[in-house]
Ligand binder design. Sequence first.
Ligand code: BG6
Length: 487
Amino acid sequence: MTFSANKLLLFGATGDLSQRMLLPSLCALTSDGLLPDNIDIIGTARSEYTDESFRNFASEALAKFLPAGRKVDIDTFLTKLRYQDLDASTPEGFDALAKCVGPIGTGENEGLSIFLSTAPSLFEPTIKGLAANGLAPNGRDANVRIGLEKPLGTDLASSCQINDAVASAFTEDRIFRIDHYLGKETVQNLLALRFANIMFEPLWNAAHIDHVQITVAETVGLESRVGYYDGSGALRDMVQNHILQLLALVAMEPPTSFDATAVRDEKVKVLRALRPIQPSETVTGQYKAGAINGEAVPGYDDELGRDSETETFVALKAHIDNWRWKGVPFYLRTGKRMPERTTEIIVKFRDVPFSIFEDRGAKTLPNTLVIGIQPRENIRLSLMAKVPGLDRGGIRLRQVPLDIAMPDAFAGPERRIAYERLLLDLVEGDQTLFVRRDEVEAQWNWIDGIRETWGEANITPKTYTAGSWGPSSAIALAERDGVTWHE
Ligand code: BG6
């Protein structure tokens, strides 16, 4: 049994994520009365702020980044904020932080949630500093937990190092690894679609599904993240986490309950069943100057200010080696500077085994299920229907969509930022939407294999024009199999 924690310690409180997502989410949660009334939010970072100036900083961030139309009580939220500066790379200063946090109660709805949104190089010293100053008590009564923002390492070895460091002070049931895609409503809806409806599960296998596509396309380029992105690339920035989590939710067996252990047990089995990628199953790209929505945008090298071999696009043909998915390819792709921002999952079913309409001149097309994650939040199932008429010249069939737009179906409930859900779950201690250590390690294991393949086969990014769907070889990757990327 866990209780809500009434203290929240935010590392990286002045950073970009904090301004864009964390502070707005916490403000919305506070205004809606979802956090404990006596919640005490302590921000910490290297910058020198007083409580007062940090509140001003937060207030400016809220003015910029709170979603339009969101009704919140900013003044009350600001009173919950305090600040303590800290250079987390050295042990000094943690005692002052501990003093600022004050005693961590062990009563009902008392405790501490810690959230690390800092450079991963600070994770280890931060954990040490917390542990040495009583901020990581592990006793049975202690209601203390820690949330970790990505990137959790750059490969399996560095990820294990981070996981070991965290595990030295926190047990796994207190570690909350964030993948913000799991906080998205449409991603959670995947579970409802699969496991709250009877009609999909009998068809959800190799006998009835031809292939699956997962696309996460972005129009943005490097933004202001040069230092991080060039050392990462699309594979590690997007596939290792978000795309593999989407894949796991699409492919997993039905869990026995909607609880953290049951759901994560099933996801990790899928991640471990991913077959190593062959050189012919991977394409990488890097954008050169082009135009998006009629606006000229520079190439990656120009944005970076030097040449680079970092991929800003990756396409993969993945296989899951288990009974359910034997022979069903999962085409995955993600890229920056694509023509539009879209995240969607396409499930292409097989054709009917025998068409009774063929000798009447009508062709059937396979059913397709499109799950729009963002910005279109919809579920579209294409079905074959008869074109009305007397059919003197033969029967005509056409594909028609059964399209459910989530915002129309659920006009009432407030649209929440993914981090609202995740921060609330962290404060309340529910791990279902967080990534377990074995999942992260299975993800890295597969990704490391791909990077080795790139090295061995000398695969380097092909250029693609900004505003296109990646290099032509990515199109060929699917078309070789008679598959067209959904656009
Ligand atoms: C982050 C990546 O994890 O996800 C970014 O580091 C990417 O490069 C972002 O832009 C995409 O998130 P969303 O929620 O906008 O799809």
